[in-house]
Design a protein around this ligand. Structure first.
Ligand SMILES: [Zn+2]
Ligand SMILES: [Zn+2]
Length: 434
């Protein structure tokens, strides 16, 4: 069980000032803090905004290697055996795990097929391979670990196996009234893959990982805990957590270009939010799914599908889809607009918990993809020609674009702006230093 320890914000006397490697700069609020010595099983959080900063895991090599290796083996099994079978009106259809993408491809929804294959197969598998490579690389000094670690953390938010599992459960609940569902060995292999994949990310820590890849660069200017990086002309490498002077353009450890703040953060976030808002309208007007039942064709949008489910008495599924497809995207767009607005207010008028709110909408936003994955699962599973078949609608791709745009908006937003001085002062500083 991991226990939380708050990092120490107060500046120690000069003689006890720790070395640069023992200091951490919070990537959400910019506060420099002294990292406490952690025992295995403990983690440190930012004393100002509560962000997870560091952790020590027991058996830091063995456990990630075992989890990631087992996850890859389970993913392999999930692709080789029957996944789910459906029986309805004397007919049966068997679906493989790969069918969720291949059926969409054959139905001329290539972009949606590629997107889903990336989200549930390619990206999770690459992440697990990267963890294996990085952890084994510690033992055998493998090359290019810096590059692999950068790729791992870039891909991590786009791995959606947990959302796919939720999509499977929703699909089964929707279908179980009209058909018999039989779960194949690949389904159970996928469930294990999902658990092992999540567990792998729980037992690795970015700061710990980078400390093993390369030592933190020696300090070039003195850093003091209790002040922000901005106050001390320091900036954080968001990739490897190294603290470097603002005059330095590239990180000495991972060689990434480091900016004081994300480039045109608020402008880019607003542009992506406006694009998501505009696309959200056709995403709700266009059919997300087409159902052919006994020769009759029914096009359903997100809202009409919801109403249909509610009328059929599938209340839990209707509520989940309502939350994931309507409430979450709308709330995320509105909250991100509000956070952009907050960065333009004086510090005293900003909300104290805005960093936590940002982290919540960032985490919840990806779950909106569940409706798109449900459409892909239904299209692969319900294939009985004129008797009953499900086809994806163009609205599914448009809605997927909305979710991706809101995710990109959250990634473009720099939460440190919520703690920085007024924008006018900031901009003057950016011009001088970046
Ligand atoms: Zn913080
Ligand atoms: Zn770096």
């Amino acid at each position: 069980m991991i226990s939380d320890i708050a990092a120490v914000p107060l500046s120690p006397p000069a003689a006890q000032q720790p070395s640069q490697g023992e200091l951490a700069l919070c990537r959400h609020c910019d506060l420099v803090q002294v990292m406490p010595e952690l025992a295995p099983g403990e983690e440190a959080c930012c004393s100002r905004c509560g962000l997870h900063l560091d952790a020590r895991h027991p058996q830091p090599v063995l456990r990630p290697v075992l989890y990631a290796g087992s996850a890859l083996f389970m993913l392999l099994l999930a692709n080789f055996f029957p996944f789910v079978s459906m029986f309805a009106a004397g007919n049966s259809n068997e679906m493989s795990f790969f069918d969720t993408s291949s059926v969409l491809f054959s139905e001329h929804h290539q972009w949606l097929a590629i997107l889903i294959w990336l989200l549930i197969q390619a990206v999770p598998a690459t992440c697990m391979l990267a963890v294996l490579y990085l952890k084994l690389g510690m033992l055998y000094s493998l090359p290019a670990r810096t590059w692999v670690a950068r790729v791992l953390y870039m891909l991590k938010p786009w791995s959606m196996v947990d959302i796919f599992l939720m999509g499977l459960i929703i699909s089964f609940v929707k279908l179980v009234a009209d058909a018999d569902i039989s779960l194949g060995p690949s389904f159970w292999a996928f469930c294990l893959f999902c658990l092992l994949h999540l567990r792998t990310f729980q037992v690795i820590d970015r700061r710990e990982l980078w400390s093993k890849i390369a030592p933190c660069p020696p300090p070039q200017v003195a850093a003091h805990a209790g002040k922000t990086g901005l106050q001390q002309n320091l900036k954080l490498c968001q990739v490897c957590t190294a603290i470097i002077p603002i005059t330095q353009t590239h990180c000495s450890r991972c060689h990434t270009k480091v900016r004081l703040r994300h480039r045109s953060s608020v402008q880019n976030t607003l542009a992506l939010l406006i694009a998501a808002t505009l696309l959200y309208i056709p995403a709700n007007l266009m059919p997300i799914m087409r159902t052919v039942s006994f020769g009759e064709t029914i096009d359903s949008t997100i809202i009409s599908g919801l109403i249909l489910m509610w009328q059929d008495g599938a209340y839990p599924v209707a509520i989940i889809i309502l939350i994931a497809s309507v409430i979450v995207p709308v709330a995320k767009i509105l909250i991100m607009f509000w956070l952009c607005y907050l960065t333009r207010l004086p510090f005293s008028r900003r909300q104290r918990h805005s960093s936590q709110i940002y982290r919540l909408v960032d985490w919840v936003g990806r779950w909106s993809m569940v409706d798109v994955l449900v459409v892909a699962i239904m299209a692969a599973l319900v294939r009985f020609d004129l008797l009953m078949s499900v086809y994806p609608g163009v609205g599914a791709l448009v809605f997927a674009a909305v979710v991706i745009l809101t995710m990109l908006a959250a990634l473009s937003f720099d939460p440190r702006l919520l703690w920085d001085p007024l924008p006018e002062q900031e901009e003057a500083r950016f011009d001088a230093t970046t």
